[in-house]
Design a protein around this ligand. Structure first.
Ligand code: NAD
Ligand code: MG
Length: 394
């Protein structure tokens, strides 16, 4: 029996994880569930899945949750705040942690899970992009097991040799090929992109996801963050990681080898597949996802990405090549830009311009501690917020 903590259980990944776990009550129990502010939804989840602990963002949210749970006779202990999140991720009773908080807020508890030597199921790519080598070092130093949940990275994991040790050349790996659906604006006239609304940007043609990652998919910053994520997970330099547009989202990614073989992982676009894979690994178990109907799909289409249409993809490659604090700055500026776009404070094309401005203005320095990462993150957020007004047309 494995006890699982789900960080961000009310989000899209969190809900899919609970769906998979509920199919296997003989194998998994929930140790802790966490949510930022959706108290009623978290209460429903607690009553159904009966975790030992539930964590929310604030004291007020905690007291509302406690009240609902007490009325229903629930024994779940309610806590709040960052330290409680880290405790839920590192408790001795918990074996595996699904890291599914969105953005930089997920770094501390995800790192706490790695430091406690847990099986870490990593959906929260921003945490790895921000802290790169420091995070991977924490995994290695504490014997944690890191399983990629991002569908592309989970696909690559499945296409790599079983004992892959993060040295592509030693295993004859020539390229890691990340596929990208490229979101809703693949064919839309570039001149009209600044006029798109938040609702158009989050309407992903293939995947149902949280709002932040949906906007990242529309700018292709999501793929950019995934290039950086792949670099850390698989030890591949930027020039060994390619991106291919594949609007159907059937092939989730590929690995190309020295002998000319290309291995691909395919499936319906449903996150329950990578979640079930990572939970059961090295075994396989049912996820609730139907097999793909290849005759119905008929043809698979691939094309090169257009870096003019999607400048964020180029910015992410640049940040990876620059190294040091550059990916931290990229991620922080992107989080501020996406939120400003979602709040209606600036247009869609301002996202890449704002990130480029912050990347240009801040020095890219070595970071040798998590405190230094948080400092770079805070500096980039400050500058991004200040720059919004400067960049807006009068
Ligand atoms: P979401 O917005 O649906 O859910 C986010 C979760 O994080 C919620 O439970 C929310 O309560 C919690 N949260 C938000 N802010 C928080 C804060 N400040 N402190 C504590 N908790 C907070 O997001 P999602 O789509 O589920 O994505 C989660 C992560 O997984 C992201 O990093 C995303 O990039 C990654 N991911 C998602 C998908 C997908 O299909 N949704 C696919 C690949 C990777
Ligand atoms: Mg992905």
């Amino acid at each position: 029996m494995q006890n699982v903590t789900i960080l961000g259980s009310t989000g899209s990944i969190g809900v899919s994880t609970l769906d998979v776990i509920a199919r296997h009550p003989d194998r998994f129990a929930i140790y802790a569930l966490t949510a930022h502010s959706k108290v009623e939804e978290l209460a429903r989840q607690c009553l159904q899945h009966r975790p030992q602990v539930a964590v929310v963002g604030t004291a007020e949210a905690a007291s509302s949750l406690s009240k609902i749970l007490k009325e229903q006779g629930s024994k779940t202990a309610v806590e709040y705040g960052r330290d409680a999140l880290c405790a839920a991720a590192s408790a001795a009773e918990c074996h595996a942690v699904m890291a599914a908080i969105v953005g930089a807020a997920g770094l501390a508890p995800t790192l706490a899970a790695a430091r406690a030597g847990k099986k870490v199921l990593l959906a929260n790519k921003e945490a790895l992009v921000m802290s790169g080598r420091l995070f991977m070092d924490a995994v290695a130093a504490n014997g944690a097991v890191l399983m990629p949940i991002d569908s592309e990275h989970n696909a690559i994991f499945q296409c790599l040799p079983a004992h892959y040790d993060r040295r592509p050349d030693a295993h004859g790996v020539q390229k890691i090929i990340l596929t990208a659906s490229s979101g809703p604006f693949l064919r839309r006239a570039v001149e009209s992109l600044n006029d798109v609304t938040p609702e158009e940007a989050v309407a992903h043609p293939k995947w149902v996801m949280g709002r932040k990652i949906s906007v990242d998919s529309a700018t292709m910053m999501n793929k950019g963050l995934e290039v950086i994520e792949a670099h850390w997970l698989f030890g591949a330099p930027a020039d060994k990681i390619d991106v291919l547009i594949h609007p159907q989202s059937v092939v989730h990614s590929m690995v190309s080898y020295a002998d000319g073989s290309v291995l691909a992982q395919m499936g319906n676009p449903d996150m329950r597949t990578p979640i079930a894979h990572a939970l059961a690994f090295p075994e396989r178990m049912a996820s609730g996802v139907a097999p793909i109907d290849l005759p119905k799909i008929g043809q698979l289409v691939f094309e090169q990405p257009d870096f003019e249409r999607f400048p964020c993809l180029r910015l992410a490659y640049d940040a990876l090549k620059a190294g040091g604090s550059a990916p931290t700055i990229l991620n922080a500026a992107n989080e501020v830009a996406v939120q400003a776009f979602l709040d209606g404070r600036m247009g869609f094309r301002m996202i890449d311009r704002l990130i480029a401005r912050v990347m240009d203005k801040l020095p890219h320095e070595a970071v040798d501690s998590i405190a230094a990462v948080m400092d770079k993150d805070a500096g980039a957020r400050r500058l991004a917020n200040e720059s919004i007004n400067e960049l807006m047309p009068a």
